[in-house]
Design a binder for this molecule. Structure first.
Ligand code: IVH
Length: 692
């Protein structure tokens, strides 16, 4: 006879399975079979049994979605495979162009090229009588949410990581667990390891619900579902996150073991088989024309979709071809986002105000009657500078056409009705500190030159503390305002001199918040180098540039020795960035502030060593291809070399290590022989890759 304990264990297992089945029916299949109250009763019974028998409680129990503890901060985690972004376009022609270059890359328009004289294949014109080979493409909605990686080991959900900068993201396992459509255990034959990528979103219905609640509570509403989804996923306390229902929709893979679908469409179908929500139901598949038709129907039906979609993603279906195509620096060659056209609305300009930014730039912006455009309420529109205002001819009282395209900041397209107001005049002094403004000759901007301008200081501190920079949780806009206004902070290093007494003396700051803030400031001392650099707010040093710099120099000390030449030599760093960075390095005040930060214990963490695969026989060597290749186009060959850490040269010189010759090599081969350069056939080159 079974013991009462094993009967309980069995009932717990039954209930768990039953609840999971209903989760799937409700969240994935959109076909619920029981009423909410019945579902709640199942959950309550399970909760009661687990409370009585804590030893039978499992991590993956459906009750554990909100059961987790709050975390003190989000931990950075490196993705096994970088999470890329997508090249995007608003034009059909550019999609067709992408398709042609894809064919080119794969050497599928080779009829024209075979035997063609070497040099650059890009110069060869397609004369039109060469019917394009048909590649199978897929076309799915481009979801407007937040990209996330979900890791399953032996079928169990173990971790969720945000995209972050693509290489390193935040661990959001605790909040991702609250996503009811996310199975904590996969169905069927789950692979050993499965990293699934998808978008965390909030449906429009849930968004409205959350906002209705906020209105009732007299709290500010969220701007759009994307912001709300992103804010919720990055919360520290899963219980708060659970109150804002998120969904996830999967569309891609990271590193996997034991799961190798051969096409994108097969992958989506298999993910559905595991019980993961995908956008398969809205995905079209076929040749270029048919996926463009699918794009049209997605566009026409976007309002009927339960969530915001800002375009379509067109992908090459065949995984083997995807692999051959590989990626550019940050996006795959095998996919392109075809964005929906901008959405527009009209409104009236109430006021044109001028703001002083982080760099002292005075930026006019229009305050308009709130208008709802493409899922967002717009009240402020930047006007960039006086030239832009003149170009638009916009004045207070005018009716204007406002446009918003995807994640692009909203803009005024044109004045549609003259309100008869007076023309706008750019102020000649800073509206905040009153210092006379300067307008450098070669720039359109007008700047407040006062480094002690409270607006500049406030913005710099806000930027430094922001999530993309050193991320000092709890140091919000209002607090920064107070700290600056009351004279506690006038430069970045001052943040590291704040003490309990000062903080507790601020408005609405209790003992606990003060302690939390000090802890957050302390943590920021060892933020990763790239985020620290970005936080310094050096002109032209955005997140990406900061990362390139951090990865190359790896420490503040090393960076301080960088000269302009060495900077420009770096891929992705142009002369403007290099000049701006070196100007910053020699600026006396900046030097002193940085020295003081270091003295006060700021010690940014160097980037994790990237395994650039020193074992690759291609790493660090230079290559050139000549003649026509059999198994790949020259563009593909070049991409392979670059991906393996090698370099492509444009001509034969003594700097060349290897010349790879295809059919009918021309003069290059002879020259290479004369110089004694290593010459490989295409087959020998490919063998090099296999040896790896
Ligand atoms: S594929 C390597 N598919 O768009 C391929 N991305 O603009 C990259 N996104 O970071 C992802 N819907 O967050 C893919 N159906 C979809 C998508 C999608 C939305 C997001 C994703 C990505 C961003 C790039």
């Amino acid at each position: 006879m079974a013991s009462s304990k094993s009967r309980t264990a069995q009932r717990i297992a039954e209930l768990s399975d039953e609840i999971r089945r209903h989760d799937r029916l409700y969240y994935v299949d959109d076909a619920a079979v029981i009423a909410d109250a019945e579902y709640d009763a199942l959950l309550a019974e399970l909760q009661a049994l687990e409370a009585e028998h804590p030893e039978l409680l499992r991590d993956d129990s459906p009750t554990q979605r909100v059961g987790g503890e709050a975390v003190s901060h989000l931990v950075s985690v490196e993705h096994r495979q970088p999470m890329l972004s997508l090249a995007n376009t608003y034009s059909r022609e550019e999609v067709a162009e992408w398709y042609r270059s894809t064919l080119d890359f794969l050497g599928l328009r080779s009829a024209k090229r075979e035997g063609a004289e070497e040099e650059d294949e890009e110069e060869e014109e397609d004369d039109g009588d060469n019917p394009d080979a048909a590649l199978t493409l897929t076309c799915e909605p481009k979801l407007d949410g937040l990209a996330v990686e979900l890791v399953f080991e032996e079928g169990r959900f173990v971790r969720a990581i945000t995209r972050g900068d693509g290489r390193v993201g935040d661990d959001v396992t605790h909040t991702a667990r609250t996503i009811r459509g996310l199975p904590l255990v996969l169905e069927g034959d789950a692979p050993k390891r499965l990293e699934v990528r998808g978008e965390v979103i909030m449906t429009r219905k849930n968004f409205e619900r959350v906002n209705a609640n906020r209105r009732e509570q007299d709290e500010p509403e969220f701007i759009n579902p994307r912001n709300l989804a992103s804010g919720t996923l990055k919360m520290l306390d899963p219980k708060s996150a659970a109150a804002r229902p998120l969904d996830v929709i999967c569309y891609g893979l990271g590193a996997t073991e034991g799961f190798e679908p051969t096409s994108h469409s097969e992958m989506l179908a298999k993910l559905e088989g595991f019980g993961l929500p995908t956008s398969l139901a809205w995905t079209g598949r076929g040749d270029l024309d048919s996926v463009l038709d699918h794009y049209d129907s997605l566009l026409a039906g976007r309002a009927e979709l339960p969530f915001d979609v800002d375009g379509a993603v067109i992908k090459l279906d065949d995984v083997a071809l995807q692999t051959r195509l590989g990626q550019r620096s940050r996006s795959p060659r095998w996919a392109i986002a075809f964005k929906f056209p901008a959405q527009q609305g009209t409104s009236v300009v109430r006021e044109i105000e001028v703001l002083t930014g982080r760099t002292g730039a005075l930026t006019p912006r229009a305050v308009i009657e709130p208008v709802y455009v493409g899922g967002v309420t717009i009240e402020h529109v930047t006007l960039h500078n006086a030239d832009e205002i003149e170009r638009l001819g916009v004045k207070v009282g005018d009716r204007v056409l406002v446009e918003r395209a995807g994640d692009v900041i909203p803009k005024i397209v044109a004045v549609t009705e003259d309100g008869g107001g007076a023309p706008f005049v750019m102020p000649t002094s800073c509206p905040v500190c009153g210092t006379e403004a300067e307008s450098p000759e070669d720039e359109v901007v007008v700047r407040c030159p006062n480094p002690r301008c409270p607006a500049v200081i406030r913005r710099r501190i806000q930027h430094y503390a922001s999530r993309g920079a050193v991320d000092i949780e709890g140091l919000g806009v209002k607090l920064v305002d107070q700290l600056v206004t009351e004279g506690h902070v006038a430069r970045l290093s001052d943040l590291y001199t704040l003490d309990t007494e000062t903080l507790e003396g601020l408005d609405r700051m209790g003992e606990t918040s003060a302690a939390n803030l000090l802890a957050a400031i302390e943590r920021s001392k060892t933020q990763v180098l790239s985020k620290f650099l970005f936080g310094l707010g050096i002109r032209h040093v955005g997140e990406h540039v900061a990362e390139v710099l951090a990865r190359h120099w790896r420490s503040i000390d090393a960076l301080r020795t960088a000269d302009e030449e060495a900077l420009v030599d770096l891929d992705e760093i142009g002369p403007v960035v290099a000049a701006s960075f070196t100007a910053w390095l020699v600026d006396e005040e900046e030097r002193r502030d940085l020295d003081r930060m270091l003295e006060l214990g700021v010690a940014p963490t160097p980037p994790a060593a990237v395994s650039s695969d020193g074992t690759s026989p291609l790493a660090g060597r230079t290559f050139l291809f000549t003649g026509s290749l059999q198994d790949m186009s020259r563009r593909e060959a070049s991409a392979i070399v670059k991906a393996a850490g090698g370099k492509i040269l444009s001509g034969v010189s003594k700097n060349l290590d290897v010349l790879v010759v295809g059919d009918k090599p021309g003069s290059k081969k002879k020259k290479a022989e004369e110089l004694g350069i290593e010459i490989l056939t295409e087959a020998e080159f490919l063998a090099l890759l296999v040896e790896r």
